[in-house]
Design a protein around this ligand. Structure first.
Ligand SMILES: Cc1cc2nc3c(=O)[nH]c(=O)nc-3n(C[C@H](O)[C@H](O)[C@H](O)COP(=O)(O)O)c2cc1C
Length: 244
């Protein structure tokens, strides 16, 4: 077994530190990778209204009440609830100087985290795997079908992943962040995903919905479910959402 001093985690942290002696190499020379992933051949495209589901709530109460929730009511999520959650996580909230800024922060405004949804029960939305297109605030259907069992199995048999109304699946597109930050970019992918998930949890709390973040899953099974190539795009994090 690796000793803590020589293990891969220790070496990664050592080799990706910034210090006054060395700031690491500059940005990669190749052209900046695209900021948005698009699926022009998606089987279905569903435009959502980013303003439809937002309701007033007290931020301090949401912070105090937020808990990881693993038991959900039977009722489906509404499209308006889903739209509000997507907006809170990745909605475009400002455009300045060629950048489209989103509700969650991202290192260098590169937004390397892609959002997919496993839709189990959402009113008027075909069950299956969807990709969220942030630029148009639309969902693109990648695969129709019942993914409750395979997703729970991919999540180390955590059954609530099949009982939720929907599961957010976040991947990281490595080159989008490596272009600027080289190997240090991987730190930022996970930080970005953490911000996104916290926004999801607070927005869900405001709407009376429950979320459970999930870091325990078989990477390859999640990646193949959303069509990530497992080299340039890797699974980062999941979060189940359902009514309470
Ligand atoms: C990175 C991360 C990964 C997690 N993975 C799981 C998981 O796989 N399954 C689960 O049931 N909860 C998971 N959780 C939820 C934690 O168990 C939960 O946040 C913790 O018990 C604190 O409870 P609270 O969120 O209600 O405050 C995860 C939380 C984080 C932040």
């Amino acid at each position: 077994m690796n000793q803590p001093e020589t293990g891969i985690a220790r070496r990664y942290l050592e080799q990706t530190r910034y210090s006054r002696r060395a700031m690491g190499e500059k940005s990669l020379a190749y052209p900046r990778p695209p900021l948005y992933k698009e699926y022009p051949d998606a089987a279905q495209r569903l435009s959502l209204d980013p303003d439809s589901g937002r309701r007033g709530a007290d931020l301090w109460q949401c912070l105090a009440r937020r808990r990881s929730q693993r038991n959900y009511l039977d009722r489906p999520l509404t499209q308006a609830e889903l739209a509000a959650l997507l907006w809170a996580t990745q909605g475009i909230t400002a455009a300045m100087g060629g950048y489209q800024f989103r509700a969650s922060p991202s290192a260098g405004a590169l937004y390397p985290v892609e959002t997919y949804l496993a839709v189990h029960r959402v009113e008027g939305v075909t069950s299956g795997i969807w990709h969220f297109q942030a630029l148009d605030f639309a969902l693109e259907l990648l695969a129709a079908g019942d993914f409750r069992q395979p997703l729970a199995a991919a999540g180390l048999s955590q059954s609530f992943l099949g009982e939720a109304g929907a599961v957010f699946i976040w991947t990281g597109v490595l080159n989008r962040a490596r272009w600027k930050y080289r190997e240090r970019a991987v730190r930022y992918l996970f930080l970005d995903a953490g911000h996104i998930c916290q926004n999801l949890m607070l927005a869900a709390t405001a709407l009376g919905l429950g979320v459970c973040p999930v870091g325990a899953f078989f990477d390859e099974e999640v990646e193949s479910m959303v069509g990530a190539d497992q080299k340039e795009e890797v699974a980062l994090y999941l979060a189940s959402v359902g009514p309470l």
